[in-house]
Design a protein around this ligand. Structure first.
Ligand SMILES: CC(C)(COP(=O)(O)OP(=O)(O)OC[C@H]1O[C@@H](n2cnc3c(N)ncnc32)[C@H](O)[C@@H]1OP(=O)(O)O)[C@@H](O)C(=O)NCCC(=O)NCCS
Length: 206
């Protein structure tokens, strides 16, 4: 910026940097948006400012009845799918507003997965509401189909640590924290910090 004294003041450079980084950010978003068009076209409903990084799976991934709120971002190589188990089955996935999800998410719903608002889901997290049936020893689990699915519910403001696995039927209350590498097999109330395999309560924030 040139001032009355004819000198260039640092503000000029700063404005230039700000402008170019804004253009790069906008351009980047545009490219990402373009690359995510197939996801948009297959997904049930998507809110404003949605961003999903490249590498997401479409092959074998049904995105029917997947609803994503406003300002959600999802990292690279996400695999999100609903798995209908018959004509009357209507599995759903709901991801709330302002959720930030890291790379390599695996999310599969044969019944229902509900993620509240403002959740931070770190990288390599799996949220799967079903299991393969395996009880019949005469048939490989591969051919036994899917066991009875059970809804997963993650409350608002939760933080799921890296590499955590949320199993079927789990319900986490508001503002829960799941430690890195944990396998969550049971439900916990609001403000609970859990960790381990299987995940146990470490402490409560209230
Ligand atoms: C779970 C977590 C939030 C706990 O933090 P904290 O409340 O400060 O807990 P502390 O470090 O005081 O540990 C308390 C106890 O839990 C244990 N613990 C902590 N994290 C654990 C984990 N991930 N798995 C198993 N045990 C864990 C500690 O060993 C300690 O056990 P002790 O009392 O027997 O010594 C944290 O350890 C964690 O895993 N954060 C997630 C990290 C992550 O995923 N980062 C990616 C960012 S995008």
């Amino acid at each position: 910026m040139e001032s009355k004294d004819g000198l260039r003041h640092p503000g000029w450079e700063t404005d230039k940097i700000k402008l170019s980084s804004r253009l790069i950010r906008k351009g980047g978003r545009g490219v990402f948006y373009f690359l995510s068009l197939p996801f948009h076209m297959r997904c049930g409903k998507i809110g404003k400012n949605f961003l999903i990084s490249p590498g997401y799976s479409l092959w074998k991934c049904n995105l029917q009845n997947v609803t994503i709120g406003d300002n959600v971002s999802i990292g690279y190589r996400a695999c999100i799918m609903t798995i209908p188990l018959g004509l009357n089955s209507k599995p759903t996935i709901d991801i709330g507003d302002n959720c930030n999800i890291g790379n390599d998410l695996k999310m599969g719903a044969a019944k229902r997965i509900f993620i509240g608002k403002n959740c931070l889901i770190s990288y390599d997290v799996s949220i799967i509401d079903h299991n393969h049936a395996f009880e019949n020893i005469n048939i490989p689990p591969l051919l036994q189909g899917i066991d009875k699915p059970a809804e997963i519910r993650i409350g608002d403001d939760c933080f799921l640590g890296a590499h955590s696995f949320i199993l079927k039927g789990v319900s986490l209350g508001k503002h829960c924290v799941v430690g890195a590498n944990s396998v969550v097999t049971s439900s916990f109330p609001d403000f609970t910090i859990v960790a381990g395999v299987p995940a146990r309560k470490i402490r409560s924030l209230k």
